[in-house]
Design a protein around this ligand. Structure first.
Ligand SMILES: Cc1cc2nc3c(=O)[nH]c(=O)nc-3n(C[C@H](O)[C@H](O)[C@H](O)COP(=O)(O)O)c2cc1C
Length: 415
């Protein structure tokens, strides 16, 4: 019976363990977590979501305070279009986050950064270019383009000296999205080095509509394999979403996948950035405690625990400090929803906004508990302690469990 360790991912000249830990913003997939995957010969992702905020927490820098001070005059203004990121400071924060992570890297694996197009930051092209450029400058091994079609992203950095040496990958949820990206990248003679195919059971934002339940990862992966074969394109395909055991991973590897991307199992590890109390919420969740909703201002469906404090909260938009989802015209769907509720209830101190959430603030404060579909199975991966809580895991143990397990078995942590 095969184990994940019987397979290898060939990426260019490199041979890697075929396990990738996915990018989980905002700092849920910490540098510590990514570094474990790299040390063990796989690929670990950090995320470039809200990096100035992450840097402040990680290195005690003052990026957020500085921006907040600059735009203090605008706090009571319902129009946020004035608020812009200082591109030099954004580059500085990214270089710090990426650079320090790369300095700490040990072992033969790689560190990639997950780069979301939907972080439009009131200047989508400039901020994306700066984020990708700064990550390359700071020595990142690879960049996974996510949360968007990224039709113009590669062109933004085509003159960078590392453009052909950094690994570039794209996350897609359909063959159609892949075709659009390939057409653009072929024009630059820069095909992706890997393709992550994310199915409907993943955590975070979904590349499907609210009819996600009708889709199936295996079918999409097969379609993409067939297309690549027909076109003689040799690009590694990496499925993601709902791969919960080593045996799940082996099924994909035997069907021709080059590796798998996994995330949910790592949300209850010590290295994961979620506060310990929230890790317990993930452990204790039952299937009916999880929903896919449309409250993200990005417009994409998002999976989360129904108990997330962000659901129904009506906090004042905090774009002076954050503002990562302001579109090219300085708008965000939460601001519109908030202003509408404020107009309806002018005398109420605490308003509730049900249809959208202030994703920046809530992700920053770990109040939006986004999670994968199989979060309700996490309790089966650990031990219940006498106080009713579950034992947190070591990322290394979870990684190795994927690597060596057979028969869908999961090794519990030693007491
Ligand atoms: C808590 C959590 C947060 C996530 N955040 C992001 C994100 O910010 N960007 C992204 O592209 N994918 C995100 N994902 C998706 C993962 O990177 C990964 O592709 C997927 O969850 C893998 O499926 P699994 O969780 O069932 O193993 C997130 C997943 C989880 C569980």
């Amino acid at each position: 019976m095969k184990r994940v360790d019987d397979f290898r991912l060939n990426l260019g000249k490199q041979e890697l363990v075929p396990i990738m830990t996915g990018g989980m913003g905002v700092d849920i997939s910490t540098a510590e977590l990514a570094l474990v995957s790299a040390r063990l010969g796989g690929i670990g992702h950090i995320s470039d979501a809200m990096v100035p905020t992450v840097s402040d927490r990680r290195f005690k820098t003052g990026f957020v305070k500085e921006k907040q001070k600059k735009y203090k005059y605008n706090v009571a203004n319902l129009n946020k279009s004035d608020i812009h990121f200082d591109l030099e400071r954004l580059a500085e924060a990214t270089k710090l986050h990426v650079g320090r992570t790369m300095e700490a890297k040990q072992g033969d694996g790689l560190i990639f950064i997950n780069c979301m197009e939907k972080l439009t930051m009131n200047s989508p092209r400039d901020t994306l270019r700066v984020r990708i450029t700064a990550a390359m400058d700071a020595g990142i091994d690879g960049i996974t383009l996510s949360a968007g079609l990224h039709l113009g992203s590669l062109a933004l950095v085509q003159d960078h000296p590392r453009f052909r040496d950094v690994k570039f990958g794209i996350i897609v949820s359909s063959l159609r999205a892949l075709l659009l990206f390939l057409r653009k990248s072929a024009r630059l003679n820069r095909l992706p080095d890997y393709i992550i195919v994310e199915g409907p059971l993943a955590g975070g934002h979904l590349g499907f509509g609210m009819d996600w339940v009708q889709y199936d990862l295996k079918t999409i992966v097969d379609e993409i394999h067939q297309y690549l074969k027909q076109e003689n394109l040799d690009i590694p395909v990496i499925p993601a979403g709902g791969i919960f055991t080593g045996s799940d991973a082996v099924e994909f590897l035997e069907a021709g996948a080059a590796a798998v991307q996994v995330a949910t199992r790592f949300t209850v590890t010590k290295e994961c950035g979620l506060p310990d109390k929230i890790k317990q919420e993930y452990y204790k969740a039952e299937e009916e405690d999880i929903e896919v909703n449309l409250i993200s201002p990005t417009g994409y469906p998002m999976r989360m625990l129904k108990k997330s404090p962000s659901i129904g909260a009506g906090i004042r938009p905090n774009c002076e400090a954050y503002g990562y989802l302001l579109d090219a015209t300085g708008n965000c769907a939460y601001i519109e929803a908030y202003n509408r509720e404020l107009e309806k209830h002018p005398d109420e101190e605490d308003i509730s906004v049900k249809d959208k959430t202030c994703l920046c603030t809530h992700m920053r404060n770990f109040d939006c508990w986004t999670c994968g579909h199989y979060t309700y199975r996490l309790k089966d991966t650990s031990r219940k302690l006498p106080d009713g809580n579950y034992q947190l895991l070591n990322a290394e143990d979870v990684f190795k469990d994927y690597l060596y397990s057979t028969d869908h078995q999961i090794v519990l942590p030693s007491a």
